[in-house]
Write a protein that binds this ligand. Structure first.
Ligand code: NG6
Ligand code: CA
Length: 495
């Protein structure tokens, strides 16, 4: 036998040991949950014991980021490791949009699949489906199953966008072929109620938008006809998704699995189950947080009951920052009280400030991640490269072009994290760059012309981004803006 140099041999042994761990990985991806919306991040007006327990047993990040201040681009980046500004058409999608991740792309689930994992997507999808006009009455594909998931149970877009049905694998669940589904985002179906003409009869009034189809007495975005037996029930949505998660975990308890649990909460329309109504002091938005916490409890207690909690890494985080009135009159503003949805941060969903993209981020892996708090900057764009490392899968050049392996920071063994990261707001195509404590925000851009002034903040001294230091630090400003230009032009940053 050829002699293997000692150093190399021990490197291989270490790599094998890491790959051999093969923990289950559960990503609990919340919708519109703000930095200050849960107990362990300072929430008042609502209690979140299950989420707080994850933080107590695991690592709570003070500087965890999603990739964008809205849903679709954040999810795109999470699943592909690519900044969404690099691909046109990755903004908030209508419910009839084609799939924006090309089958064959290396994705977060495909990495786990390659490592032999069962991989499942449950909940909100919002990344498009099909490759043209979808026929909801046939196999709906490509979708999650074509980009690396072995199982899926999804809502096609959002709770407020048609079609309001679940897709189990390729098929609309409970569809009666005699009552086929038609969807349109520009033309109403004659004779069906709409949110403007039938406003007085709505169970929840809208404040802006959400006046097209009326489904379950709630106005939605987009028009839909048929599929009556397949419609979801808003009140049981969370319970349905949690039950699917528990089912998947039970079925795969004896093999490694990756579960992407994309909760609908706390996105609009906020229609919590009667079990949770009135359980916060903040009306439906707060009650939806209680419902979200309950779902977390369903997942963690299933892991414990099956004796696999110690072999499971749970990551809890959100797709973008908080919003109060997002188009329905659900008292989110009126009943807010002292609660601060974005905690100390400025802005929220749709915003270029920290409230848009800095989100609760918790990693729990009993026995493997030491409990505590970490100030290492981490971002969801890095999940793919980091987990590829964790499960011992190599990636080709060009895969996940903005994803860095920051596994050590995610597991808490390094406090370094990202040296720089991009925060993206699809509105105006603005980018922000955080490097150490500094953050630069590009001026607004319209038709390739800069129409606003860039801003510069020192986040350690001014977490609320109240003092724009652009004029005081012209060189730093110029340097960071130049770096952003480079990041844009280079086509990749990570790998
Ligand atoms: C907006 C919707 C908002 C929400 C958002 C997407 C209106 C007036 N507003 O256009 O309600 O659906 O899109 O949210 O229709 S996200 O979390 O999926 O990005
Ligand atoms: Ca969202």
């Amino acid at each position: 036998m050829r002699k293997i140099p000692l150093l190399l041999a021990s490197f291989w042994a270490a790599a094998a040991a890491i790959a051999a761990e093969r923990p289950n990985v559960v990503v609990i991806y919340c919708d519109d949950l703000g930095y200050g919306d849960v107990g362990c991040y300072g929430a008042t007006g609502v209690e979140t014991p299950n989420i707080d327990r994850l933080a107590k047993d695991g690592l709570r990040f003070t500087d965890g980021y999603c990739a964008s201040a809205t849903c679709t681009p954040s999810r795109f980046s999470l699943l592909t490791g690519k900044y969404a500004f690099r691909q046109a058409g990755t903004g908030v999608l209508p419910g009839d949009a084609p799939l924006i991740i090309k089958p064959g792309t290396t994705t977060l689930p495909s990495v786990f699949k390659q490592a032999g994992y069962a991989t499942c997507a449950i909940g909100k999808w919002h990344l498009g489906l099909g490759d043209g006009k979808v026929n909801w009455n046939e196999d709906v594909k490509p979708g999650p199953l074509e980009i690396g998931f072995t199982d899926s149970f999804i809502m096609p877009a959002t709770g407020d966008r048609v079609p309001c049905v679940y897709l189990s694998g390729h098929r609309v669940r409970n569809l009666d072929p005699a009552d086929p589904i038609e969807v349109s985002y520009n033309k109403p179906f004659p004779g069906l109620p709409n949110g403007t003409d039938n406003r007085a009869e709505l169970a929840m009034d809208w404040s802006h938008g959400h006046n097209m189809a009326v489904i379950n007495s709630i106005g939605r975005i987009g028009f839909m006809k048929g599929g009556k037996s397949a419609l979801w029930d808003d009140k049981t949505l969370a319970k349905t998704l949690a039950a699917e998660a528990v089912k998947f975990i039970g079925q795969h308890q004896d093999e490694p699995f990756f579960l992407y649990f994309a909760a609908h909460d706390i996105h609009v329309p906020r229609v919590p189950n009667p079990d949770f109504v009135g359980k916060s002091s903040m009306g439906p938005r707060g009650d939806a947080i209680v419902q979200l916490d309950w779902q977390v409890g369903q997942i963690t207690s299933a892991l414990e009951r099956l004796g696999i909690a110690r072999n499971t890494l749970v990551i809890f985080t959100s797709d973008n920052g908080p919003v109060l009135d997002d188009g329905y009159k659900d008292q989110a503003v009126e009943k807010l009280g002292a609660h601060k949805p974005a905690g100390p941060l400025r802005g929220g969903k749709y915003s270029k400030y920290e409230g848009g993209t800095r989100v609760p981020t918790i990693a729990t892996w009993p026995g493997r991640i030491a409990p505590g708090t970490s100030a290492a900057p981490v971002t969801q764009v890095d999940f793919i490269a980091s987990f590829a490392k964790l499960v011992g899968v190599g990636m080709k050049s060009g895969d996940a072009p903005d994803s860095f392996d920051t596994l050590d920071a995610l597991l808490g063994t390094s406090k370094t994290g990202r040296k720089e990261l991009v925060e993206y707001n699809q509105f105006g195509g603005r980018l922000a760059l955080r490097a150490g404590p500094w953050k630069v925000i590009e001026g607004d851009i319209k038709r390739d012309q800069s129409i606003g002034k860039p801003e510069l903040y020192h986040l350690d001294e001014d977490i609320a981004e109240t003092r724009n230091l652009a004029d005081q630090e012209p060189e730093r400003l110029a340097g960071m803006l130049a770096r952003l230009k480079e990041i844009r032009a280079s086509g990749h940053t990570g790998r």
